[in-house]
Design a protein around this ligand. Structure first.
Ligand SMILES: Nc1ncnc2c1ncn2[C@@H]1O[C@H](COP(=O)(O)OP(=O)(O)OP(=O)(O)O)[C@@H](O)[C@H]1O
Ligand SMILES: [Mg+2]
Length: 509
């Protein structure tokens, strides 16, 4: 059978000379789920952007159903039935689900038939069994819903080949399961899916075949059933990586961050935090678990003063910082890695170098506020090397780095700021296995040096392998505080608390 999609000797050299794809050959069969894996910067997104007409091809050929195609824009790719959901969402935040659905579709008159658009969106959602709220604005949607909207958008445009660039990186385990159910249904309807992920367990679970990319070249295509997770990891990275850390026992001595009876209501007057209290001490990693939407992100947003608390207090090293500005809080010695790296983590058009100093620029300036550029350069080059950030130079705009490398640059900045309290919200989202183990070792190093780390993660494995204690949030309250030092907490037990099936009596954290 002829493959539905095939590329021959595809090469991409970016402006500035970065060789991102080198002579790639690979093909996708109709109706299969084909996984694409490889380290950060291996060239996965680049390859997919060429197939979607978003990046020009330097040399080589693309065939759709045996016919050679040349794409000048994604419109051309859509005309061939190819649709893509990007690693960083492309929705318009201020518009509703229905408005985003219709945006850019030929033949629709934008905003003229609101009711009709909503109805149409609801019909398509029902047809594919995707639950979305067509009338809600995108900025008020959960990531899971945004993702579904992105997929529906390309289905509505007639895509038969769906390219999903790290769709699960931003999803909770429950949302991932749901997405996989939908993907299997799409496959049964005859759709072809290309799926990028760093999570090999998922790749094993969902794909029929796997293509490996390594340093911009193909490392071959395998039938999923024929390779183990270890083998895939070895093919990708060249070594096997384990997440079983030998953590030394430490005794905390002082309080670093204390949250007292925190309440927060969102703009719809929904109670998101209903009396949260806990203490983070030195030399400790305090994990926060919870099904997405149970108050974890609001808790972080209130502590870091993005949202104002309705009641309660936040103390940083004994000082009341409730509702202070993020600048003031940082100056008191708090570092913060936000969940959404493109929105709050970095200044996209600025260089890697500038991004590496933005949160502590004062330490690079003299009394007259003059920035010492030589020092800035030295510092950023050092971090690029230490954190293995793949970039052509420190002057590259950060947005031209691969997703995982942007995350590594942000982690490098926050870990080098000299703070003794770190708030890490999904710190390893979208980074490859090698970089995860590196970031984990850095987190443990920070703990060993006496810092306190508040770690929010949707990855239960990550929480269990790093945390000293794990707080579980359910419906805006802490329902359990589990000691993870003597014996590891099990995922099943965490799950029971996360779903509200179990609660601890008189939780004290
Ligand atoms: N617009 C661009 N300009 C210059 N270089 C770029 C651009 N986009 C990507 N690159 C470079 O091309 C290489 C491949 O990047 P790509 O985004 O394809 O990697 P990836 O495999 O998707 O990685 P990740 O897992 O981190 O998302 C990287 O070295 C990256 O810095
Ligand atoms: Mg990518």
């Amino acid at each position: 059978m002829e493959p539905i999609l095939e590329v021959r000797n595809l090469t991409k050299i970016y402006e500035g000379g970065v060789l991102a794809n080198h002579q790639i050959n690979f093909s996708v069969e109709e109706g299969e789920i084909h996984a694409l894996v490889g380290e950060n910067g291996a060239g996965k997104s680049t390859l997919m952007k060429m197939l979607y007409g978003m990046e020009s091809v330097t040399s080589g050929q693309i065939f759709v159903r045996g016919k050679e195609v040349t794409f000048h824009s994604s419109k051309d790719a859509i005309a061939e039935g190819i649709g893509m959901v990007h690693q960083h969402f492309m929705l318009v935040d201020s518009l509703t689900g229905a408005e985003n659905m219709m945006l850019g579709v030929e033949g629709t008159c934008f905003f003229t038939d609101r009711k009709g658009d909503i109805k149409k969106t609801q019909e398509i959602a029902a047809q594919y069994n995707f639950e979305i709220d067509a009338e809600r604005r995108v900025r008020d949607m959960s990531v899971g819903m945004k993702q579904k909207l992105e997929i529906l958008k390309i289905l509505y445009r007639g895509a038969k080949i769906l390219i999903l660039d790290e769709p699960t990186a931003v999803l909770t385990p429950q949302e991932t399961e749901e997405l996989f159910e939908r993907l299997k249904e799409l496959k049964e309807k005859g759709m072809t899916i290309i799926f990028i992920s760093h999570k090999l367990k998922e790749v094993k679970q969902i794909s029929d075949r796997i293509t490996i990319l390594k340093g911009g070249r193909t490392g071959g295509t395998y039938r999923t059933a024929d390779v183990t997770e270890e083998e895939i990891s070895r093919l990708m990275v060249g070594r096997v990586i384990s997440f079983d850390y030998d953590k030394q026992k430490l005794k905390p001595e002082k309080e670093l961050l204390r949250v007292e009876d925190l309440y927060y209501k969102d703009k719809f007057q929904v109670m998101k935090l209903g009396g949260v209290s806990f203490t983070l001490r030195d030399k400790e990693i305090l994990g926060v678990a919870g099904v997405d939407g149970n108050g974890q992100s609001e808790l972080i947003s209130v502590i870091t003063a993005e949202f104002r608390a309705n009641r309660g207090k936040v103390y940083l090293k004994g000082k009341d910082v409730t509702n202070a500005s993020i600048g003031e809080i940082r100056a008191e010695g708090l570092s913060y890695i936000p969940e959404d790296r493109m929105l709050n983590g970095c200044a996209a058009p600025m260089s890697v170098e500038e991004n590496m100093i933005v949160s502590n620029i004062d330490s690079f300036a003299n009394k007259a506020k003059m920035v010492n550029f030589r020092k800035v350069k030295e510092h950023s080059l050092h971090l690029i090397q230490e954190f293995n950030v793949k970039t052509a130079s420190e002057k590259q705009p950060i947005k031209s780095l691969s997703g995982g490398n942007i995350q590594k640059a942000i982690v490098a900045r926050e870990f080098s700021a000299g703070s003794d309290v770190l708030i890490l919200d999904q710190p390893t989202r979208g980074v490859d296995v090698g970089a995860i183990s590196f970031i984990h070792s850095k987190i443990l190093e920070m703990r060993g040096e006496g810092n306190g780390i508040l770690l929010v993660s949707a990855d239960l494995n990550e929480l269990i392998s790093l945390s000293d204690r794990i707080l579980v949030m359910h419906k805006g309250k802490i329902v359990a505080c589990l000691d993870n030092t003597k014996e590891k907490v099990s995922e099943e037990e965490l799950g029971l608390y996360m779903l509200g099936i179990k609660t601890q009596e008189g939780v004290s954290a």
